[in-house]
Ligand binder design. Structure first.
Ligand SMILES: [Zn+2]
Ligand SMILES: [Zn+2]
Length: 344
């Protein structure tokens, strides 16, 4: 089968590999029907994910059809359409029992697919802990509608959940990339009083303006003043930092009102400064880390009810055989690309 493979730093290649086999009774084999490319794939390509193992098939955003299940798999069966979770997790260790599945202590726990073990930019993928890592796609929900459930949409949902948003709040989201938009959609489910999005790319700012006209959009250089002017208590009640840019961490805490919650979703290339003397007395609460992708069934239900729609993010479609081109377009942000769907 075709499998897009991490060869070495700077190089991915489409190889012919054998179809994976079940290794554990808790595994499932999934025939991938639609996949995508994530910024994290680019991080692997550029060597900034030290855990990534050369030789693995990359890709951790996909949906498909269950082909085969191990003897201990109970929640899915061959023929089921499923969304694959970026995180595989055991479901019974201390962290899993508390919903912190990103920190699952199992050897295959956390982000393994397409990083430490073979992922889904391929025709088939083996999914460990299939009872936890696969969610059945409800009737009437298409592959394109479900494509981002297991990764960037799970991230947005998790970020909105931990940010303790109320209906009185003014919420600032920094960054309108694919994960920023997913975060916006999940923040909207909390019905805050006001939502602002800070984005430096004019193309992406326009995307927000045209699809979500009720959202206020601002450029980074105007952000501090704009947020102060448009919030009730001198700053945003909740800030979600999804950009991971040069100055966006600083911007996040600067735009927050005293006693605000600042949730850091972004992955940074380098350490950030937490200048405690400058923020003394501001009494901020910071929440950080990677997604706990344990709400995929609920997210799929919301999609089925028409309350979340990420399909406008899919701007380009390529078959797996042309995945090189898909990466080129995605990596260099050509032609207004937001997300690429990889078909079989
Ligand atoms: Zn990802
Ligand atoms: Zn676990």
């Amino acid at each position: 089968m075709l499998a897009y493979t991490y060869i070495e730093k700077g190089q991915f290649r489409l190889l012919d590999k054998p179809v994976p086999r079940l290794q554990q009774p808790t595994d499932a084999l999934v025939c991938v029907t639609l996949g995508s490319i994530c910024t994290s794939d680019l991080h692997i390509k550029h060597g900034s994910v030290p855990r990534a193992v050369p030789g693995i098939t990359v890709g951790h955003e996909m949906v498909g059809v269950v082909e085969e299940v191990g003897a201990e798999v109970t929640t899915v069966k061959p023929g089921d359409r499923v969304a694959v979770n970026v995180e595989t997790f055991c479901g019974h260790c201390f962290f899993c029992r508390h919903g912190y599945v990103n920190n699952c202590t199992d050897p295959d726990g956390g982000w393994a697919l397409g990083c430490r073990i073979d992922g889904g930019q391929a025709e088939y993928v083996r999914v460990p802990h299939a009872d936890q890592g696969l969610s059945r796609i409800p009737e009437g929900v298409s592959d394109e509608q479900a494509l981002f459930v297991g990764d960037i949409l799970a991230t947005g949902f998790w970020a909105a959940r931990i940010s303790e948003i109320t209906e009185e709040d003014t919420v600032l989201i920094i960054g309108a990339g694919p994960t920023g938009v997913c975060t916006l959609l999940c923040v909207q489910l909390k019905h805050p009083k006001r939502i602002m999005v800070c984005e430096k790319s004019e193309e992406r700012a326009d995307f927000i303006r045209s699809h979500y006209p009720e959202v206020l959009v601002v450029r980074p250089e105007d952000c501090v003043d704009f947020v102060r002017k448009h919030s009730d208590h001198g700053g945003a009640d909740v800030v979600l930092e999804v950009a991971g840019g040069e100055d966006t961490f600083r911007l996040a805490w600067q735009c927050a009102r005293p006693n605000a919650i600042v949730t850091i979703v972004a992955m940074y290339d380098r350490p950030q400064v937490l200048p405690l003397p400058d923020m003394y007395g501001k009494n901020l609460t910071f929440k950080t880390g990677g997604v706990d992708g344990c709400d995929c069934d609920e997210i799929l239900r919301l999609i089925a009810e028409g309350r979340i729609d990420t399909t406008p993010l899919i701007t380009h479609r390529f078959p797996l055989a042309r995945i090189e081109e898909a990466y080129h377009v995605f990596e260099h942000r050509l032609d207004g690309v937001i997300k690429v769907a990889v078909t079989q």
